[in-house]
Design a protein around this ligand. Structure first.
Ligand code: NAD
Length: 538
C-alpha cells in the first residue's frame, strides 16, 4: 500500500504486521469500532462480520437487531418525534447548519471509513461529505420557507379563507444501500428530520460503520436523542419489520427490492419514495467539445467504479465525432490509476463485493462471447484487490447481450455510433429505466431542447451527473422503473409531510339562507359559477 502512516487518520492502524496478518492492510482501533456499533439498537447477541473490500480483511462485527428491537426503536422514536414536531423550523435549521460544519471538519475520518468499507477511491468518497454538507446547508436555509403555511384562494372570494399546512408524517423508515454509505444513509433522512419527523434507519450491512458515524454526527450537531435510531440486519427481515411500523418509507436500492417494498407500503396505505436503478445514457452530439466530453465520460462511467445510480452505462455518439471521441475516451481511461488505498492518488478503486465483481465479469464475458469488442479493460484485477475490475469500454453491444438492457452497476460502458439527434434520442429512451442522462454539445439551447424529450428524471448538459445532483434545490428521482418520488428541493422535504387544508367560512354558508328554497339556491349558485368563470377565476 502506498499511503504513508502520516497520510492516515489516527483512528486507522496499519499496515498490520505482515507476519501475523498478511491479508490486512488497514485496521480500525477496536475502541473506535465499539463506540460506533454501540449506537445500534440490537439485543440479539448475534453479530455479522464485515470485511474491507480493500484487502478482504475483517473490519468489524456488527450487532444484529431483532423484531423486538425495531419495535423499541419505533416506540422511542414516537416519543422523540412528538416533542420534535413542536421545535420551530428555524431552530431545526440551526442544527442542520451545525451539521454542515461538523461534516466538513470531520471529513478525514468520514473519508477513511467510506474507503475502508466500500473500497472506492478517496476522490469519489469525497463526493459524500460534499453532498451532505450541501444538503444540510440547503435545508438549513429553506426548511422554514418550505414548511410555512400557505394561503390559497377560497371558493367565495373574501368569505372563504383556506390555509394549507404541512404536517409531519411521524416516524420515517429509511432503508439505504451500500454504494454511497454516508450520503445515502443521511441525505434523505435530513429532509425527514427537517420536516419534523423521527427516523428509524436501516443502512446496508456492508457499510454500517459509516452510517453509524453519520448518526454520531447528528447527535453532536444537537439533534435530540432517539430522533434517529439505527437498526441492523438483513433487509428482508429488519427492513420488513420497519415497513410494518413506519408512517412513510424512503427506500434507495435495486428496482427488484423497490417493487417488493412498494407492495408492502400499499398494503398498509403508507407513502413511499423509491429511488431505484438505472441504465443511464450519454449523448455526444456532433458539435460537442470532444476533450470535455471525454473527460466527463470518464467521471460519468467510472466514479465509484460505476456503482452509482446516476452513472452512465450507454453512450450514443454522433457519427461525425465518433472516432475522435472514442480515441480520447479510451486514452483517458487507459491513463487512469487504479488502486485500493486510503490516499488521494487513485482514479478508481475496487468494487465492493464478490457479487458486484461477478456481475461485471458475467456482463462483459457474455457480451464478448456474443460478438462485442473490448476497446479497453475487460478483466478482473486480483493483483490490486479481491474485487477489482478494470475500467471497461465495449463496442458492438446488441440486443441479446445482458448488458444491452440490464444495469451492470460496475465500470462498464457500451458505445454506439448514431446518425443524428433523432436516433440518439430514440435510443436513449429505449429500455425500462429513466434515472439520469447526459448530453454534450456546444449549443446548450439545442441540448436543452433534446433534454426535454429524454425520459429521465435528471438530464445534465456538458456534465455527467453533478450539475443536478449537487443543485440541491433541483428535485432528483426516476421516471419509469427508476423509481417514484423525488429527493432534494421542496419535493424532497414535502414528501415527508401530510398536506392539510383548513377552510374558514365567514357570513355565507353552503346552503339556502334567509328562507331561500333549494331551487332558488341552485339558481343563485349556477349564476355565480357563470360570473366566476367570466371573471377569469381558477
Ligand atoms: P438492494 O435493493 O439489494 O438493497 C438496498 C437496501 O435494501 C439494503 O439496505 C438492503 O438491506 C435492503 N433490502 C434488501 N431486501 C429488502 C427487503 N426485502 N425489504 C426491505 N429492505 C430490503 O440494492 P443494492 O444492491 O444494495 O444497491 C444497488 C442498487 O441500488 C442499484 O440498482 C442502484 O442503481 C440502486 N441505487 C439507486 C439510487 C438512486 O438514487 N436511484 C442510489 C443508489 C443505488
Amino acid at each position: 500500500m502506498s499511503a504513508s502512516n502520516s497520510d492516515r487518520h489516527p483512528l486507522v492502524e496499519g499496515p498490520r504486521d505482515p507476519e501475523h496478518d498478511p491479508a490486512a492492510s488497514y485496521a480500525l482501533e477496536p475502541d473506535y469500532v465499539s463506540r460506533l456499533t454501540a449506537r445500534i439498537l440490537a439485543t440479539s447477541g448475534e453479530t455479522k462480520e464485515v470485511r474491507s473490500p480493500i484487502d478482504g480483511a475483517p473490519l468489524a462485527h456488527i450487532p444484529q437487531s431483532t423484531d423486538a428491537d425495531v419495535e423499541e426503536a419505533f416506540r422511542r422514536a414516537r416519543v422523540a418525534q412528538e416533542k420534535w414536531a413542536d421545535v420551530p423550523p428555524r431552530e431545526r435549521e440551526q442544527l442542520l447548519l451545525r451539521l454542515h460544519d461538523l461534516v466538513l471538519d470531520r471529513q478525514d475520518e468520514i473519508l477513511d471509513l467510506i474507503v475502508l468499507e466500500s473500497g472506492k477511491a478517496r476522490k469519489h468518497a469525497f463526493d459524500e461529505p460534499l453532498h451532505i454538507a450541501l444538503t444540510a446547508r440547503y435545508y438549513g436555509r429553506t426548511t422554514a420557507k418550505h414548511l410555512s403555511s400557505e394561503r390559497r384562494p377560497g371558493v367565495i372570494p373574501g368569505l372563504t379563507r383556506v390555509d394549507v399546512n404541512h404536517v409531519p408524517k411521524g416516524v420515517v423508515g429509511v432503508i439505504s444501500p451500500w454504494n454511497y454509505p454516508f450520503t445515502m444513509a443521511l441525505c434523505d433522512g435530513l429532509a425527514a428530520l427537517a420536516a419534523g419527523n423521527a427516523v428509524v434507519a436501516k443502512p446496508d450491512a456492508q457499510t454500517m460503520l459509516t452510517a453509524l458515524l453519520a448518526a454520531e454526527l447528528l447527535e453532536e450537531a444537537g439533534f435530540p436523542k432517539d430522533l434517529w435510531t439505527v437498526v441492523a440486519g438483513p433487509g428482508s427481515k429488519v427492513g420488513t419489520s420497519i415497513i410494518q411500523r413506519a408512517d412513510y418509507i424512503c427506500f434507495t436500492g435495486s428496482t427488484a427490492t423497490g417493487k417488493l417494498i412498494g407492495k408492502q407500503c400499499a398494503e398498509r396505505v403508507i407513502g413511499c419514495s423509491l429511488e431505484l436503478g438505472g441504465k443511464n445514457a450519454m449523448l455526444v452530439l456532433d458539435d460537442a467539445d470532444i476533450e470535455r466530453a471525454a473527460e466527463g465520460a470518464t467521471r460519468a462511467v467510472f466514479s465509484n467504479a460505476g456503482q452509482l445510480c446516476v452513472s452512465i452505462e450507454r453512450m450514443y455518439v454522433a457519427d461525425a465525432v465518433y472516432d475522435r471521441f472514442v480515441e480520447r475516451f479510451v486514452a483517458r481511461t487507459q491513463a487512469m490509476t487504479l488502486g485500493a488505498t486510503l490516499a488521494w492518488e487513485n482514479d478508481m478503486g475496487s468494487l465492493i463485493s464478490q457479487d458486484q465483481l461477478d456481475t461485471a465479469v458475467a456482463h462483459v464475458d457474455d457480451a464478448v462471447a456474443k460478438g462485442a469488442k473490448v476497446l479497453t479493460g475487460g478483466k478482473a484485477r486480483p493483483d490490486l484487490g479481491p474485487f477489482f475490475f478494470e475500467p471497461t469500454i465495449l463496442e458492438g453491444v446488441e440486443e441479446p447481450m445482458t448488458c444491452f438492457r440490464d444495469e451492470t452497476f460496475g465500470p462498464v460502458v457500451s458505445l454506439y455510433r448514431v446518425r443524428d439527434d433523432e436516433e440518439a434520442i430514440a435510443r436513449a429512451n429505449e429500455g425500462d429505466y429513466g434515472l439520469n442522462a447526459s448530453i454534450y454539445s456546444r449549443d446548450t439551447g439545442r441540448a436543452r431542447r433534446i433534454a426535454a424529450r429524454i425520459k429521465s428524471g435528471t438530464v445534465n448538459i456538458n456534465e455527467a451527473f453533478a450539475a443536478t445532483f449537487a443543485s440541491l434545490d433541483a428535485p432528483m428521482g426516476g421516471f419509469r422503473q427508476s423509481g417514484m418520488g423525488r429527493r432534494q428541493g421542496a419535493e424532497g422535504l414535502l414528501r415527508y409531510t401530510e398536506t392539510q387544508s383548513v377552510g374558514t367560512q365567514r357570513l355565507l354558508r353552503f346552503g339556502p339562507m334567509l328562507g331561500m328554497s333549494d331551487e332558488s339556491y341552485a339558481k343563485v349558485m349556477t349564476a355565480s359559477l357563470r360570473v366566476m368563470k367570466a371573471l377569469g377565476r381558477a
